[in-house]
Design a protein around this ligand. Structure first.
Ligand SMILES: CC(C)(COP(=O)(O)OP(=O)(O)OC[C@H]1O[C@@H](n2cnc3c(N)ncnc32)[C@H](O)[C@@H]1OP(=O)(O)O)[C@@H](O)C(=O)NCCC(=O)NCCS
Length: 184
């Protein structure tokens, strides 16, 4: 089996790999992931998300886009959005943690999140926030990584089949090392 690598993508990298990232998002949504999209969801719509929403923020320099590869194949991704207001320059949002259904339970998400925290510390973002569908597989992962759940909002988002509204759990993690550094 090929070794997994994690790379921080530039805007040009994203443009070059837009079809693969679109395909990754498309596969996750069709596998039932609740990541902002509802079915039917076309590959074009997924590519438009990367090109229209992610690319401008990446170009603006307020986003870290990590991509995990198994050999040449893109297996997973996650984003650190640090386009925050002036009173929240210590905070960043974790967004769109996606691992292709074919590559699950091999530690890719955990590795992506660990690498993301390294980037957050480098950027002096000591408070990470995220939200996830209540009861999803991502919840135990975030808990194991030290994220605290602060609450659940019922009926927050439509499920991908548009059959019902589902709850979302909001979580945060204060990065210890950054706190220790700023206190020193
Ligand atoms: C959630 C997701 C990112 C996990 O990716 P992954 O690479 O399979 O996760 P990992 O292999 O790193 O697993 C890490 C831990 O997460 C938890 N976990 C992951 N998948 C799980 C599952 N299917 N059932 C139960 N726990 C699970 C486990 O605690 C696991 O640790 P373990 O394997 O030692 O038991 C992946 O299932 C996914 O992309 N889902 C769809 C998109 C999504 O919901 N993203 C989160 C948005 S907030």
């Amino acid at each position: 089996m090929s070794a997994m690598t994690i790379t921080s993508f530039s805007a040009d990298d994203l443009e070059r790999h837009l079809p693969e990232l679109g395909a990754l998002l498309h596969a996750c949504v069709h596998d039932g992931a609740s990541v902002g999209f509802v079915l039917p969801c076309s590959v074009e719509e997924c590519e438009a998300f990367w090109g229209g929403k992610v690319l401008p923020t990446l170009r603006h320099g307020r986003l870290v886009l990590l991509v995990a590869r198994e050999g040449d194949a893109i297996a997973g991704t996650v984003q650190l959005d640090y386009d925050t207001m002036p009173n929240q320059r210590h905070r960043a949002d974790v967004r769109k943690l996606l691992v292709h259904p074919a590559w699950r339970r091999r530690g890719i998400a955990r590795a992506l999140m660990t690498e993301l925290e390294r980037h957050a510390l480098r950027l002096q973002r000591s408070l990470l926030t995220l939200d996830t569908r209540t009861g999803d597989h991502a919840e135990p992962l975030y808990t194991a990584l030290g994220y605290q759940a602060v609450g659940v909002i019922p009926g927050y988002a439509l499920d991908p089949d548009q059959a019902c509204l589902e709850a979302t759990t909001f979580m945060y993690k204060a990065l210890e090392a950054a706190h220790a550094q700023s206190a020193a």
